[in-house]
Design a protein around this ligand. Structure first.
Ligand SMILES: [Zn+2]
Ligand SMILES: [Zn+2]
Length: 366
C-alpha cells in the first residue's frame, strides 16, 4: 500500500514536536540557573518569552495553534483542572488555554500570518471537507434517486436527480445509495476537477475507493449514533433476508462485516475532522495505475491532506500528535479488510441468489 506512516514522516516539513523531556536537566547540578526559569503555564523549564509571557515551547505552540485555528475548548469540569494539577501540564485544553490567557499571553495574527500559515491551510481544508461531507450525509438521510447511470455516465457529468426519500427502501437500494452519495462526495473534492486527471484516472480512483468510503461513512454514522454495528439509515438490518438465510455464509462472518470497522472507530474515538481528513487521504491512492500527470496530482493532494491531518493532530493531542496521526492512518488496513469481506460476501450472494437486479453503478464498482 502506498500509505506508510514512515513515508509521511520523512516527507513532512510540518513537524514541530513539543520540547523533549527535561528529566536530565532537572537532575544536573549545572542547570541550577535554567531550572529557576519555569513556564508560567506548565512549570516546566522555559527559556524565552512568548507572546508576552515566559513559557516553554510546548505551551507557546499550544497557545499559538488555538489562536490561529480559532478553536474553542470548554472544560468538562467547569474550569477546575488547573488547580488540581498544579505541577504538571494541564491535560484539559480549555483550562490550559485559560491559564495562557490569565498569564497574559496575547497574540493577534496578522492577515498575512494567517494566510501564510500551514495551520490556516489545515483549518480551511478541514472546513471544506466537513462541509462536503455533511452534504453527503444529509443527502443520505433525506433523499433518494430512481435514476440508474453507470459510473462512466456519472463521470461524464450526469448527476442522478435526487428527490425526497420515499418510505420504503430495500437493503440493496441502501447500499446503492451509500455508494452513489460517496461517489458524489469524492467527485466534489477540488482536485477531482483538475485537468491533470483524465476520465480514466478518475474512474480508477473512484472504483478503488467509493465502496470503502461508503463503509467508512456508515461506520462513522454508527459510532455517532452510539451503536457498535452497521445499520441502514432508517435503523434496519444491512443485509437482505436472502443473505441471512444463506447456509454458505456464517453469522460470524456477517457480524464481522457489521462491526469490524465501527469497533475500531470507537476504540480510536475518531472525531468528525479526523474522519474527513483520513477519508480524503485514503482516497488519494497514488499506487493505482494512473496517468503520469494524474499520479503527480494525487501525490501532491495526498501530501496536502496528510499535512493538514498532522497539523490537526498536533493541535488536538498536543504531545501525542504524531502517534495519533499514525494510529489514524492505520485505519486503512481495517477499511481494506472490511472491504475484502464485503466483496467476498457480495460474490457469494451473486452466486447463490439469482434474480436480483442491481443498479449499474453498483456492478461497476463491486
Ligand atoms: Zn509550558
Ligand atoms: Zn479543565
Amino acid at each position: 500500500m502506498c500509505i506508510s506512516p514512515t513515508h509521511f514522516f520523512h516527507n513532512m516539513s510540518v513537524f514541530d514536536t513539543p520540547s523533549p523531556s527535561n528529566s536530565s536537566l532537572e537532575s544536573s547540578p549545572f542547570s541550577q540557573d535554567l531550572q529557576q526559569k519555569k513556564c508560567a503555564i506548565c512549570f516546566r523549564p522555559a527559556f524565552s518569552n512568548n507572546y508576552g509571557v515566559l513559557t516553554c515551547d510546548a505551551c507557546k505552540m499550544f497557545y499559538r495553534r488555538i489562536v490561529i485555528l480559532n478553536r474553542e475548548y470548554k472544560c468538562k469540569y467547569g474550569g477546575g483542572c488547573a488547580h488540581v494539577a498544579k505541577s504538571t501540564v494541564v491535560k484539559c485544553k480549555g483550562c490550559r488555554y485559560q491559564q495562557c490567557l490569565e498569564a497574559g499571553m496575547t497574540f493577534q495574527p496578522s492577515f498575512a500570518e494567517l494566510t501564510n500559515e500551514k495551520d490556516f491551510d489545515a483549518a480551511t481544508t478541514v472546513a471544506t471537507l466537513r462541509f462536503l461531507d455533511s452534504r453527503r450525509s444529509n443527502a443520505m438521510k433525506t433523499q433518494f434517486t430512481d435514476e440508474d447511470f453507470s459510473l462512466l455516465e456519472v463521470l461524464e457529468k450526469r448527476r442522478m436527480k435526487m428527490k425526497a426519500r420515499r418510505s420504503e427502501i430495500t437493503n440493496h437500494e441502501w447500499s446503492f445509495f451509500g455508494i452513489y452519495t460517496s461517489i458524489e462526495f469524492l467527485m466534489s473534492l477540488d482536485f477531482m476537477s483538475s485537468l491533470n486527471l483524465n476520465i480514466q484516472d478518475k474512474k480508477i480512483l473512484l472504483k478503488h475507493y467509493c465502496v470503502k468510503a461508503s463503509l467508512f461513512a456508515s461506520a462513522m454514522r454508527a459510532m455517532k449514533e452510539q451503536r457498535n454495528t452497521l445499520m441502514t439509515v432508517d435503523g434496519k438490518e444491512i443485509y437482505p433476508d436472502a443473505i441471512l438465510r444463506l447456509k454458505q455464509i456464517s453469522p460470524q462472518f456477517l457480524q464481522r462485516i457489521r462491526s469490524l470497522l465501527v469497533m475500531k472507530l470507537i476504540e480510536l474515538k475518531i472525531t468528525d475532522e479526523e474522519f474527513a481528513l483520513v477519508n480524503a487521504i485514503f482516497f488519494c491512492n497514488a499506487a493505482l495505475p494512473l496517468s503520469e500527470d494524474g499520479q503527480k496530482t494525487v501525490v501532491t493532494q495526498q501530501k496536502a491532506y496528510s499535512s493538514a491531518l498532522l497539523q490537526f493532530c498536533n493541535v488536538e493531542s498536543s504531545r501525542n500528535g504524531p502517534t495519533r496521526f499514525t494510529n489514524l492512518l492505520s485505519l486503512l488496513h481495517v477499511i481494506n479488510k472490511n472491504f475484502e469481506d464485503v466483496k467476498a460476501m457480495t460474490m457469494l450472494f451473486r452466486i447463490f441468489v439469482k434474480d436480483v437486479s442491481y443498479r449499474k453503478i453498483v456492478t461497476d464498482v463491486i
